[in-house]
Write a protein that binds this ligand. Structure first.
Ligand code: GUN
Length: 284
């Protein structure tokens, strides 16, 4: 029998804690915690994400500062905006929604965000600190996975963890977090040979590929913990993960569904990082 990891329930519990910390911050520091969100252009998926992030802030008692620039905004317009947010003492965290329009230099823009306001955890400094297992702001999606594994009491020490996907946003920080938790980590990607055999050896399997039903039952060890980070749409437009859930679930000890697994935790961890950043700046 497998246990479903309920991301909505984990998320609700954490958001309660975040709200309480945000209230305490307001009383102690005489202002609300502030998160600045920057959206450039009109990518429909990004618009939905940003709307959801702003709504989540409101519900958590965090003040959001929404900043929208047009699709044809220049590099210097975006840089000026980000710089003004860096200098604004009411802003504890800055989030530049990705992807940016093609003509913009994404790295130069993200490099303007100082490590202490980098609530996405994308900066070189935060990633470097993560690699060295030092205190840092951790990318939201992999941090959400770790929070769920911890809350479920899943032991990682000495276990074989396999991460499929090596993106800077998910795969790489996920691998580092698992390594820091004493798992033995293998990172697989599109050029990996013997992928099936490697996955079949995984006690913890994290799928972050971006291809529907990529992970099939013959890739999963009996009793494995399977974490599905994928958000794909199938031919009927229905949301589905990277794991063939119905075929894989019976082999698992734990599995996350899509939707309702990792997804709800991503925004929760953004709120969590924002609260951590604010508390540090206010020396709480
Ligand atoms: N685009 C897709 N995921 C993310 C994320 O976690 N943060 C930002 N800033 N942009 C994204």
């Amino acid at each position: 029998m497998f246990k479903l990891i309920d991301g909505k329930a984990h998320s609700a519990r954490l958001r309660g804690e975040i709200r309480a910390r945000a209230e305490k911050f307001s009383e102690a520091c005489g202002r609300q915690i502030g998160l600045a969100v920057v959206l450039v252009g009109n990518n429909p998926a990004s618009q939905v994400y940003v709307r959801n992030k702003i709504k989540a802030c409101e519900e958590a008692g965090i003040k959001s500062f929404a900043n929208y620039l047009p699709d044809d905004a220049t590099q210097s317009q975006v840089e000026e905006l980000v710089t003004s947010l860096v200098e604004d003492s009411k802003v504890d965290g800055i989030l530049v929604q990705l992807p940016l329009p093609k003509h913009l230099d994404e790295k130069a823009i993200l490099d303007l965000i100082p490590v202490e306001k980098d609530v996405d955890g994308f900066s070189e400094q935060n990633i470097g600190r993560l690699c060295m297992n030092r205190d840092c702001l951790v990318a939201c999606t992999p941090n959400g996975v770790m929070q769920m594994l911890k809350a479920e009491g899943i032991d990682l020490k000495g276990k074989n963890a396999v991460v499929i996907g090596r993106s800077n946003i998910v795969g790489k920080p996920m691998a580092m977090l698992l390594l820091n938790a004493d798992a033995t980590v293998t990172v697989c990607h599109s050029k990996t040979e013997n992928l099936k055999e490697i996955c079949r050896n995984a006690d913890i399997l994290v799928a972050a590929i971006g291809r529907a039903k990529f992970v099939t039952a013959d890739m999963v060890k009996q009793g494995a913990v399977v974490i599905d980070v994928g958000i794909n749409r199938n031919a009927e437009g229905k949301l589905c993960g990277d794991v063939d859930f119905d075929a894989v679930k019976e082999k698992c000890s734990y599995i996350t569904p899509v939707p309702g697994g990792v997804g709800p935790m991503t925004i929760t961890m953004l709120l969590y990082n924002t609260v951590c950043a604010a508390e540090r700046s206010c020396k709480l």
